[in-house]
Design a protein around this ligand. Structure first.
Ligand code: ADP
Ligand code: MG
Length: 569
C-alpha cells in the first residue's frame, strides 16, 4: 500500500477554525452563504459558538461590541462582495470607535478578480477594505493561515484597537495540507496587547501640571472603560479628590451617583475647569474639539491626555502633558505620585460642582416623576432609570435621537461597561447587534432602549434574538417618527419625510417569532413590563407609545444640522 494514501490531511477550513480556537476565539458572528457556509458549520461542530444574523451589518456590530466588552477581537464572518460591504460598515465603525474586531470575508478567485473577468460576486475586497480599517490581510496559501490570523489579532488589539479585514479566497478554504505541517503552522499569539509603559518624564510632567490646578477635572472616555483597569481609575479619582465627567460609554466606571461625579454639572465642569486630565477620551466633536464656548475663555485650559495613540496628541488643541501608554500603566504611574505631591483640589471648586449638580438633579426630578398619558421621553425614562438602579448589572443598549440624548442624562449607570451606545459617529443601527453580543458575551440581561427610527435599522434581528432565546428586552420609544411624529408633506401627496405609520405596534414583530410583545401607554405599565421581561429572561419587545409631539429636531445636536435660509416657494 502507498503510504501517501494514509497521510493525514487538513485543509483551509480546518486551519482557520484551529487558528481561531488556539487563540481563544469562542464566538463568531456572521451571515452564512457561499463560500463560507461550511466554514460556519464546521466551526460550530468544532465548539465555536456561531451566531447567524439576518444582515451582516448587525453581525459586524455584534463582533465590534464583543471586542469592546472582552478586549479580544470580535469576529464577523461574511460572504463576498455585498455581504462583505454590509459588514464593512460595521468594521469602519469599529475602527472609528477603537473597538478590536476582525471581519473575515470569503472572496472570489484572484485570477478572475484581478483580470476583472466577472466572477460570482467579484470584488477586490482587500483594496476596498484597506482605507476603512486599521489593517487588511489576504491569505493565499493554507500554510499561511496561522500567520494571517496571528497578524489580524495583533493588529486588532495592540496599540489603539481597531478593525481588521482578513480576506479568505474560496480556493484557500479547500486547499489541503499535511495535517502535522498544518498544525505546526499555527501560532498562539503571545501577549497580543503588550503593556505600553509611559516615560517617567512624561508622568512627572503630568503631575507638575496637575499640582498647579485650582479647578482640576478628569474626563473619562470609553478608552478608559475598554482598558479594564477599573480599580486604578477609581483610585485615581478618589485619592486625588478631582471631580470627573464620564463620556457616554464611560458612565458607570464610577457610579453616576459617586460624590465626585460631575456628570450632572457637565457644562460648568468643562467651562470653568483649569486643568483637564483626559483618560481615554478624544477631543473630537463630542467634546467640542477642546475649544469654543463649551470650554470657557480661550487659553483658560491646560490639557493632560492619557492615550495609547501618540498621534492623538495635539489633534485639536495643545496638550501640555501628553501621557502616551496604556491606560492601566499610565494611571498606575500617576497614582504613585498622587498622595505625596498633589494636594486635593480647593473646596471652592468641588463645592461649586456639587451645588450645580444638585440643582440640575432637582430640576430633572420633577420631569421624571410624572405618570403622564401620553408619555413623554422623561416620564418613560424615569421608569427605566429606576429599573437600572435596581438591576445595576444589566446592560443598557441605547440609540435614537431624543431617546439617546435624554436617556444618557436620565439613566444613571453604576458599573463599568454597562452602557453601550451609538459611539463616536453617533450612528443609528447598532441596537440589535450590540444587544445580541452583550447578552452572549456577558450572560447578563440586556435592556435596549431604542427610538422607533433607530430600531428600524436593525429590527429584523429580533428574529435572531428569539432564535437564540436571548435575555434581551427591547423598549421602542414610539413617537411615530424621526425626532417627532408630526411632519407632513406640504404638497399633500405623501407622508412627511420624517414620519412612520402612525401608532405602529412593534410589539407584534416580536410575537411573530415567539417572543413576548407588550404595548404600554403609561410609565407604570412600562415599568411592570420591563421588570417582567427581566425576571423571565424571555426575549421581549415593549412598544412604548410616546407623544408624537414630544422630541426636538435632531435631539441635542440640532446645531450640527444645516438649515436652508433660501427655501423654494
Ligand atoms: P469617548 O468617545 O468616550 O470620548 P474616544 O473613543 O473618543 O472616547 O476615545 C477613546 C480613546 O482611548 C482613543 O483615543 C484610544 O486610542 C484610547 N484607548 C483605547 N484603549 C486604550 C488603552 N488600553 N490604553 C490607552 N488608551 C486607549
Ligand atoms: Mg421617534
Amino acid at each position: 500500500t502507498d503510504a501517501s494514501v494514509h497521510q493525514e490531511l487538513t485543509d483551509g477550513f480546518n486551519l482557520v477554525i484551529d487558528a481561531l480556537k488556539l487563540n481563544g476565539i469562542e464566538t463568531i458572528y456572521g451571515v452564512p452563504g457561499i463560500p463560507i457556509t461550511d466554514l460556519g458549520r464546521m466551526a460550530q461542530a468544532a465548539g465555536i459558538r456561531v451566531v447567524s444574523f439576518r444582515h451582516e451589518q448587525h453581525a459586524g456590530n455584534a463582533a465590534a461590541i464583543a471586542g469592546f466588552l472582552t478586549k479580544k477581537p470580535g469576529i464577523c464572518l461574511t460572504v463576498s462582495a455585498p455581504g462583505f460591504l454590509n459588514g464593512l460598515t460595521a468594521l469602519a465603525n469599529a475602527t472609528t470607535n477603537c473597538f478590536p474586531m476582525i471581519l473575515i470575508s470569503g472572496s472570489s478567485e484572484r485570477e478572475i478578480v484581478d483580470l476583472q473577468q466577472g466572477d460570482y460576486e467579484e470584488m477586490d475586497q482587500l483594496s476596498i477594505a484597506k482605507p476603512l480599517c486599521k489593517a487588511a490581510f489576504r491569505v493565499l496559501h493554507a500554510e499561511d493561515i496561522g500567520i494571517g490570523v496571528a497578524r489580524a489579532i495583533r493588529a486588532a488589539v495592540s496599540g489603539r484597537p481597531g478593525g481588521v479585514y482578513l480576506d479568505l479566497p474560496a480556493k484557500l478554504l479547500s486547499q489541503t495540507l499535511d495535517a502535522e505541517k498544518g498544525a505546526k503552522s499555527l501560532i498562539k499569539v503571545i501577549d497580543p496587547a503588550p503593556a505600553q509603559i509611559p516615560a517617567p518624564e512624561a508622568v512627572q510632567r503630568a503631575i507638575d501640571v496637575l499640582k498647579t490646578a485650582k479647578k482640576p477635572l478628569i474626563v473619562l472616555g470609553k478608552g478608559a472603560a475598554y482598558a479594564q483597569c477599573d480599580d486604578a481609575i477609581r483610585q485615581l479619582v478618589e485619592k486625588s479628590g478631582i471631580p470627573f465627567v464620564p463620556m457616554s460609554m464611560a458612565k458607570g466606571l464610577l457610579p453616576d451617583t459617586h460624590p465626585l461625579s460631575a456628570g450632572a454639572a457637565r457644562s460648568t465642569a468643562l467651562k470653568d475647569s483649569d486643568v483637564v486630565l483626559l483618560v481615554g477620551a478624544r477631543l473630537n466633536w463630542l467634546l467640542s474639539h477642546g475649544k469654543g464656548k463649551t470650554w470657557g475663555a480661550p487659553g483658560s485650559k491646560k490639557f493632560i491626555q492619557i492615550d495609547i495613540e501618540p498621534k492623538e496628541m495635539d489633534s485639536n488643541v495643545e496638550i501640555v502633558a501628553p501621557l502616551v501608554g496604556d491606560i492601566g500603566s499610565c494611571v498606575n504611574a500617576l497614582l504613585g505620585h498622587i498622595n505625596a505631591d498633589c494636594p486635593p483640589p480647593p473646596a471652592e471648586w468641588t463645592n461649586a460642582i456639587v451645588e450645580k449638580r444638585n440643582a440640575n438633579i432637582a430640576k430633572m426630578a420633577t420631569k421624571l416623576g410624572k405618570n403622564s398619558i401620553p408619555m413623554d421621553f422623561h416620564s418613560a425614562l424615569g421608569a427605566l432609570r429606576t429599573i437600572i438602579e435596581q438591576r445595576p448589572d444589566a446592560i443598557l443598549v441605547n440609540e435614537g435621537a431624543n431617546t439617546l440624548d435624554l436617556a444618557r442624562g436620565v439613566i444613571n449607570m453604576y458599573q463599568p461597561r454597562k452602557r453601550l451606545d451609538v459611539g463616536t459617529w453617533g450612528v443609528m443601527g447598532i441596537g440589535m447587534g450590540f444587544a445580541v453580543a452583550a447578552a452572549i458575551e456577558t450572560g447578563k440581561p440586556v435592556l435596549a432602549v431604542e427610538g422607533d427610527s433607530a430600531f428600524g435599522f436593525s429590527g429584523m434581528e429580533v428574529e435572531t434574538i428569539c432564535r437564540y432565546n436571548l435575555p434581551v428586552c427591547i423598549v421602542v420609544f414610539n413617537n411615530n417618527g424621526i425626532y417627532r411624529g408630526t411632519d407632513t408633506d406640504p404638497t399633500g401627496r405623501d407622508p412627511g419625510t420624517t414620519v412612520f405609520v402612525k401608532d405602529s405596534r412593534y410589539d407584534k414583530m416580536m410575537e411573530a417569532f415567539g417572543g413576548v410583545g407588550v404595548h404600554v401607554e403609561t410609565p407604570d405599565a412600562l415599568s411592570r413590563a420591563v421588570n417582567e421581561a427581566m425576571d423571565s429572561g424571555r426575549p421581549t419587545l415593549i412598544n412604548a407609545a410616546i407623544d408624537p409631539e414630544a422630541g426636538s429636531e435632531s435631539g441635542n445636536i440640532g446645531n450640527l444640522n444645516p438649515q436652508s435660509v433660501v427655501k423654494k416657494k
